[in-house]
Design a protein around this ligand. Sequence first.
Ligand SMILES: Nc1ncnc2c1ncn2[C@@H]1O[C@H](COP(=O)(O)OP(=O)(O)OP(=O)(O)O)[C@@H](O)[C@H]1O
Ligand SMILES: [Mg+2]
Length: 150
Amino acid sequence: MIVKSLEHLNKISKKISQKLENGDCIFLIGEIGVGKTTLTRHLINNMQSQKGLKRTEVLSPTFNLLYEYEIEDLKIMHYDLYRIKKPKELIHLGIFSENEKTIKIVEWPDLIKTPLTNKLEIHLEYGKNDNERKMKIYGLGKWKDFENEI
Ligand SMILES: Nc1ncnc2c1ncn2[C@@H]1O[C@H](COP(=O)(O)OP(=O)(O)OP(=O)(O)O)[C@@H](O)[C@H]1O
Ligand SMILES: [Mg+2]
């Protein structure tokens, strides 16, 4: 599908955030600067608004690898694995080693091979215009037919 603008991205993100629960995983795939962190920011801010909470800053975890957010009973782990080059480093990070149920949003997830039950994979590409993006969605488990809902 075509994402026409940031406003359109926000509309899509609302549909995703309404369905997000602990245990879900979102993989964000696409080139540098295409909008992975921007989409994450919309997702987190919309979840905060849906719970009647104040929207917080959502920064890129490029250097920290991980930022965590708690939204009432929801716990969100936002990863940026761009700097991780070896699967071994992933093991050290322990990203899927714990059984704890959290929402994981992962930029640059290429090295992750762990099979996941409820996974939404979002691919972003640049579009014809500045604020336009192409989006492809692949869902597993509860996200299987989500593509038809947006
Ligand atoms: N429709 C759109 N969807 C997403 N981002 C958009 C869109 N239109 C414009 N932008 C802009 O594109 C930029 C995307 O930057 P962002 O940091 O989100 O990219 P990123 O994919 O996370 O990059 P990186 O790989 O470096 O982490 C932002 O400045 C955002 O405002
Ligand atoms: Mg980013």
